[in-house]
Ligand binder design. Structure first.
Ligand SMILES: [Zn+2]
Length: 218
């Protein structure tokens, strides 16, 4: 059985164990045969209660905060010698996760927490899809480390990305696949037409126009 109390700072005038001040919250008692008497590094009662609930279910050793999990995640990428630009991306995401849930236990997060987190992003659908994939990767890392049972980001749906093909992308796609449009389709199209043929067509057009003007004059 675990119990929470505040350990007041010298400057605090409160003395009550459950005071509403901002002094650190401590825990004491036994959980899964382990003696606990330590600071939780928390000042919020709700967060402290969520933490000790997780301890009572899983034990103290298995409980990892988002701050710790993010540090371990980034350290894993550093050890895998990722490119600096990829590392920068994961570090930035790690800071966002810490800002959102820092002191919470990873195992306390639910699907709806991830959904609410996603709703705060002001990103394009494509960037949202990529970030969601990275977050799923983060929670997969937590699951493979034994800190959570299920990935809470797995069932969070990604937005639908609608891409409008541009002329450039169509040309690039044609070049990449080696596709060449039939002659009838590419006659007046820059896509399948080489520059020389286009200029020749223009030149003949001008000649024809001049001939018609001459005929009309005489
Ligand atoms: Zn206090």
């Amino acid at each position: 059985m675990l119990s929470l109390y505040r350990r007041h700072r010298a400057t605090c005038k409160s003395r009550a164990r459950r005071a509403k001040c901002s002094c650190p919250i401590w825990v004491q008692g036994m959980v899964h045969g382990e003696q606990a008497q330590k600071s939780l590094d928390l000042t919020n009662w709700e967060a402290a209660n969520r933490l000790i609930n997780q301890w009572e279910i899983h034990g103290m050793r298995k409980s990892v905060t988002l701050n710790e999990a993010c540090d371990r995640w980034v350290a894993d990428y550093v050890a895998r010698n990722l490119k600096p630009e990829s590392l920068k991306k994961y570090r930035q995401l790690s800071e966002l996760l810490k800002l959102a849930w820092g002191d919470l236990q990873v195992s306390a997060l639910k699907v709806d927490d991830v959904r609410a987190f996603r709703e705060r992003w002001k990103l394009s659908p494509l960037t949202t899809v990529r970030r969601l994939e990275s977050i799923r990767g983060f929670f997969n890392f937590c699951a493979s480390s034994g800190w959570i049972e299920k990935n809470p980001a797995k069932s969070v749906k990604a937005p639908i990305v609608r891409q409008v093909p541009t002329l450039t992308s169509r040309i690039e796609r044609g070049q990449r696949t080696g596709y060449r449009a039939p002659r009838s389709q590419r006659r007046w199209s820059l896509e399948g037409c080489d520059e020389d043929r286009f200029l020749t067509s223009c030149f003949l057009g001008v000649r024809l126009l001049r001939l018609l003007i001459c005929c009309a004059t005489f």
